[in-house]
Design a protein around this ligand. Structure first.
Ligand code: PNW
Length: 451
C-alpha cells in the first residue's frame, strides 16, 4: 500500500513573482525610478536589450492574473513591493497611488481566498537611495525600516505574512561583486559591507514589526547545498568555503548572531571590523525563514581562481535547466535537514522553486507542453513531502514563477512560468505544469501518488 502524499492541513500552496520582473509601467502614477530602471536602460547590460518597461504588464492586468491564480487553486501568492512606487525618493514623501496599487491587489487576493505573502525588497532599490550610497551607506537600515513601517501601517491589517529581503546573497554577489545585476558594481571591498547593511536593514524592519505588527515576519534566503567533487582534503575545504560564502554568510548572523569564521579568510583585507552591537540588531528573532531552492553545486578546489569565484563541476550525465542549473531534488531535503539541525525548529516556507526550460512555441494551442517542468515540480514536491515526514516544519510551497517574466539581466528568453506569456500580445497560456500543479493542489498533494 502506498502511503498518501497528502500534505499537512493548513499547508500553503503558492506561486511567487517579483515586482520588476512582472509589473511593467515602472514609472507610472508618480513612481520614482529604481536601480533596475537604470540598469536595464544602460546599453549592453541586458540580454537582447530587454527591460522591465512592459514585462508582463501585470501593473495593468493584475485582475486577470489573480484569476489565473484562482484557476490554479492557489491558497497563497508571494509578490514583492516596488519600494520606489510607494516612496519615490526612497524615504520621506509617500506616493498614495503607488500604495493603492498594492492595497487593491491585496484586497483582490483576499476576495479570492488567496493569502498574500509580501516581500518588501526583491532587489529594486530606489535610485534616489543609490545616489546616497545605496546599501553601502549605514543609513540604509533606517531607510528600509521607515519604508517597512509605511507598508505595515497600510497593509498589516490584511497581510499575514511578510518578508524583509529576498536572497541577500544574490544582491551581494551579483550586484556588488560580479556586476551581473543592478547596481552592477565589481568591488570586493563593497561586498561584505553590503551583506552587513542588508542584514542590519532586515533586523531593523523586524524590530519595527515587533513594535506594531500583528502577524508574522521572516526573511528569505537562497540556499544551495555544496558537495565536494572528491574526498580530497582540498576539495572538502573548498566546499566549506563555498558554503560559508553563499549560505552561512547570511543564515548564521541572522539565526545565531555571528558571521562564520571562514569569511574573514575568504574576503581577506576586504573583511571589515563590524561593531559588535550590530549583530544584536541583525539577530532579531524571526517568525519563519523562507528558503529558495533551485539546485546544488559540486565543488572542486581550484587554486588558480580567487576563492570567491569557485565554479561548480558540471555533472554532465544529469538534466540541466536553461540557466545551466542541475536538477537535483535530493539537495532540497539535504538543505532542509541541514537547516533544521543547525538552527532548530524555526518554521520554514519553500518560497521559491522552479526551472527555466525551453517551451516549444505552440501556435494557438490551449496548453503548452512542458514535460521537463512537470517532472521538476513533481520531484521537488515529493522530496519536500519526505522532508516533512522527517520532521521539518515546512508550512508552504511557492512555485517560481506564476508567469514567464523578466529573468533579470538574462531577459525574457529564460522562461520559469507555470503560465506561458506571449510578450508581444500579453496572452497567457497554461503550461502542462500549471494543470498538473492544480491537480496536486486540489488533492492537497495526494495526486503525487500517481506520478
Ligand atoms: C531567484 N544563483 O534568483 C530570484 O529570487 C528570482 O527573482 C529569480 O527570477 C529566480 O531565482 C530564478 O533565477 C536567483 O545564482 C538568482 O544561485 C541566482 C541564483 C539563485 C537565485
Amino acid at each position: 500500500m502506498t502511503r498518501s502524499l497528502r500534505f499537512p492541513d493548513g499547508f500553503l500552496w503558492g506561486a511567487a513573482t517579483a515586482a520588476y520582473q512582472i509589473e511593467g509601467s515602472p514609472l507610472a502614477d508618480g513612481a520614482g525610478p529604481s536601480i533596475w530602471e537604470r540598469f536595464a536602460h544602460t546599453p549592453g547590460l541586458m540580454a537582447d536589450g530587454d527591460t522591465g518597461d512592459i514585462a508582463c504588464d501585470h501593473y495593468r492586468r493584475h485582475a486577470e492574473d489573480v484569476r489565473l491564480m484562482q484557476a490554479l487553486g492557489l491558497t497563497s501568492y508571494r509578490f514583492s513591493i516596488a519600494w520606489s512606487r510607494v516612496l519615490p525618493e526612497g524615504t520621506g514623501r509617500v506616493n498614495a497611488k503607488g500604495l493603492d496599487f498594492y492595497a487593491r491587489l491585496v484586497d483582490d487576493l483576499l476576495e479570492h481566498g488567496i493569502t498574500p505573502n509580501v516581500t518588501l525588497f526583491h532587489w529594486d532599490l530606489p535610485a534616489a537611495l543609490d545616489d546616497r550610497g545605496g546599501w553601502l551607506n549605514r543609513d540604509s537600515a533606517d531607510w528600509f525600516a521607515e519604508y517597512a513601517q509605511v507598508m505595515f501601517r497600510a497593509l498589516d491589517d490584511r497581510v499575514p505574512l511578510w518578508t524583509t529581503l529576498n536572497e541577500p546573497w544574490v544582491v551581494v554577489d551579483g550586484g556588488y561583486l560580479r556586476g551581473t545585476i543592478a547596481p552592477g558594481h565589481r568591488n570586493l571591498y563593497e561586498a561584505p559591507r553590503v551583506t552587513h547593511n542588508l542584514l542590519r536593514a532586515s533586523g531593523a524592519a523586524v524590530a519595527a514589526y515587533r513594535a506594531e505588527g500583528r502577524h508574522r515576519i521572516g526573511v528569505v534566503f537562497n540556499l544551495e547545498p555544496k558537495y565536494p567533487a572528491s574526498t580530497r582534503q582540498e576539495d572538502r575545504d573548498a566546499t566549506r568555503r563555498a558554503h560559508a560564502y553563499m549560505n552561512t554568510q547570511f543564515t548564521d548572523p541572522v539565526l545565531r548572531g555571528v558571521y562564520p569564521e571562514a569569511l574573514a579568510a575568504l574576503y581577506g583585507a576586504a573583511w571589515p571590523d563590524f561593531p559588535a552591537a550590530d549583530l544584536e540588531c541583525i539577530r532579531q528573532p524571526v517568525d519563519f525563514v523562507g528558503i529558495n531552492y533551485y539546485t546544488r553545486q559540486v565543488v572542486r578546489d581550484d587554486p588558480t581562481q580567487p576563492p570567491l569565484r569557485a565554479a561548480g563541476v558540471p555533472q554532465r550525465q544529469r538534466t540541466h535547466t536553461e540557466t545551466g542549473w542541475e536538477v537535483y531534488e535530493q539537495g532540497l531535503i539535504d538543505t532542509l535537514l541541514w537547516f533544521r539541525d543547525r538552527y532548530g525548529t524555526v518554521p520554514v516556507y519553500l518560497t521559491e522553486n522552479g526551472a527555466a526550460f525551453y517551451d516549444p512555441p505552440q501556435a494557438a494551442g490551449p496548453v503548452v507542453e512542458d514535460p521537463l517542468r512537470v517532472d521538476y515540480l513533481e520531484r521537488h514536491l515529493k522530496t519536500l513531502r519526505r522532508a516533512i515526514d522527517a520532521g521539518v516544519d515546512v508550512r508552504g510551497y511557492y512555485a517560481w514563477s506564476l508567469l514567464d517574466n523578466l529573468e533579470w539581466s538574462l531577459g525574457f528568453a529564460k522562461r520559469f512560468g507555470l503560465y506561458h506569456v506571449d510578450f508581444s500580445t500579453q496572452r497567457r497560456t497554461p503550461k502542462r505544469s500549471a494543470l498538473r500543479y492544480a491537480q496536486i493542489i486540489a488533492s492537497h498533494g495526494a495526486a503525487l501518488d500517481e506520478a
